[in-house]
Design a protein around this ligand. Structure first.
Ligand code: SF4
Ligand code: SF4
Length: 420
């Protein structure tokens, strides 16, 4: 694609990066069938190619309007278009640039501003999420059904998660603690630590928190970079002491960790450490999959608590977009669950987003609800006993649309590996 970037950005690092991405798009349209919003709305401007065109106009200095913002807002950032694109267009990166520039030029109304601010001030902060959950539980009968289903327990207090395994192995990784997940599903990180412990790897805790993805995707870059720097400081002592990986049990966080090096590039005191952390960043599935012989031995030795639905439970796996499109991890979790004795049910349109997409289900509720209905129908189509996923946002969103149990896959594997 030919471009003629405007003076305000042409000779800047951001401009050069955006220009290279724009030029790599050949307008072939192969990405259109992969795009959930194009499938739902049928408008070229709600497709990857249409949004690329809108961002080209913006970068070439043409007026930016609320219409541009609307079409960029409607993007899920699912990056299914990247997986479908034969030219390797880095759409997600271009969208980050396009959204940030649009945010500066198109003021939002007071309600939209307040909603986005509230999300940024609550969700990345574990204690605030805990407080909000306590409040939600107190008024549970008054909540709409979909919101009730998102709460971590349904009427009774959730039992405390089992204790964190002692650091007894020479091989060590450090775990990103995260923000929403420890509040909504405190058992997931423990399950990840238990699985790794059975594989001969100790998962070390850290004072880390939100990975920064939420603020980053809401174009609050200063805030996001602050959260990333705090995590670099929190994770670094374990990295320096020889941790072989920086592990996240939420695929969205693993993907964000992988971007720290680029986003903090050149920053005094942070650039080199962030690059090292990104080079070590792994989703928990990548770490477990790399330990195939140890996993086989651990499964053979396991007594195995019955997972939901029984020891041979039928599992429908929902691959989060961050796992399959951002991290390019496909088929790995399914293989791990099959090796552990679970029966994987068929899921149609497995590459399609569930509609969770960070804060999308809150900011674009109608589109998110349509995607959720389609996803739940696809997941339930194979009559599973349990739905598994790899990301807390997807887990909470899918749970709001089904009566089946929804778990992180690593919890199923941990239950299989632990003594009953
Ligand atoms: S993003 Fe890729 S698939 Fe889509 S129009 Fe451009 S080159 Fe084609
Ligand atoms: S990221 Fe997803 S929603 Fe956005 S343009 Fe690409 S495929 Fe469509």
């Amino acid at each position: 694609m030919q471009t003629a970037l405007a003076d305000f950005i042409r000779d800047t690092p951001l401009g050069r990066e955006a220009d290279a991405i724009l030029r790599s798009c050949v307008h072939c349209g192969f990405c259109l069938p992969a795009c959930p919003t194009y499938q739902l709305l049928g408008d070229e401007l709600d497709s990857p190619r249409g949004r690329i065109y809108l961002m080209k106009q913006l970068l070439e200095g043409e007026p930016v309007t609320a219409r541009t913002q609307l079409h960029l807002d409607r993007c899920l950032t699912c990056r299914a278009c990247e997986s479908a694109c034969p030219s390797g267009v880095q759409y997600g990166r271009l969208l980050d640039i396009g959204r940030a520039l649009t945010e500066e030029r198109v003021p939002r109304g007071p309600v939209a501003r307040a909603r986005r601010l509230l999300l940024r001030k609550i969700v990345p902060h574990r204690r605030r999420v805990h407080a909000l959950l306590a409040l939600a539980r107190a008024v549970r009968p008054l909540l709409p059904r979909a919101l009730k289903r998102r709460l971590p327990d349904r009427g009774t207090r959730r039992p405390s998660p089992p204790p964190w395994p002692a650091a007894r192995h020479a091989r060590r990784v450090v775990l990103l603690e995260g923000c929403v997940q420890p509040a909504l599903a405190p058992g997931i990180n423990v399950a990840a630590a238990q699985v790794l412990d059975r594989l001969g790897i100790s998962a070390l805790r850290s004072a880390s928190g939100c990975c920064g993805a939420l603020s980053h995707h809401l174009s609050a870059q200063t805030e996001a970079l602050g959260q990333m720097r705090r995590n670099v400081d929190a994770l670094w002592p374990q990295v320096e002491a020889g941790a072989q990986a920086v592990v996240a049990s939420a695929s969205a966080c693993a993907s964000m960790l992988g971007d720290y090096g680029r986003l903090l590039q050149g920053e005094a005191g942070y650039g080199a450490r962030a690059a090292r952390i990104s080079s070590l960043a792994r989703d928990i599935s990548q770490v477990v999959a790399a330990e195939a012989p140890a996993l086989r031995a651990a499964l053979a030795a396991a007594g195995g608590e019955s997972p939901p639905g029984g020891p041979r439970a039928r599992v429908a796996f929902q691959a989060p977009c961050t796992l399959q499109h951002a991290l390019k991890v496909t088929g790995v979790v399914e293989s791990l669950l099959a090796a552990a004795g679970f029966t994987l049910t068929a899921v149609t349109d497995g590459q399609r987003c569930c509609g969770s997409a960070g804060t999308y289900s809150i900011l674009q509720p109608q589109l998110a609800a349509q995607l959720l209905r389609a996803k739940v129908a696809a997941l339930e189509g194979g009559a599973p006993d349990v739905i598994a996923t790899a990301n807390i946002g997807c887990l909470a969103h899918i749970r709001s649309g089904t009566s089946l149990p929804v778990r992180h896959w690593v919890e199923l594997l941990a239950a299989r590996l632990m003594d009953g």
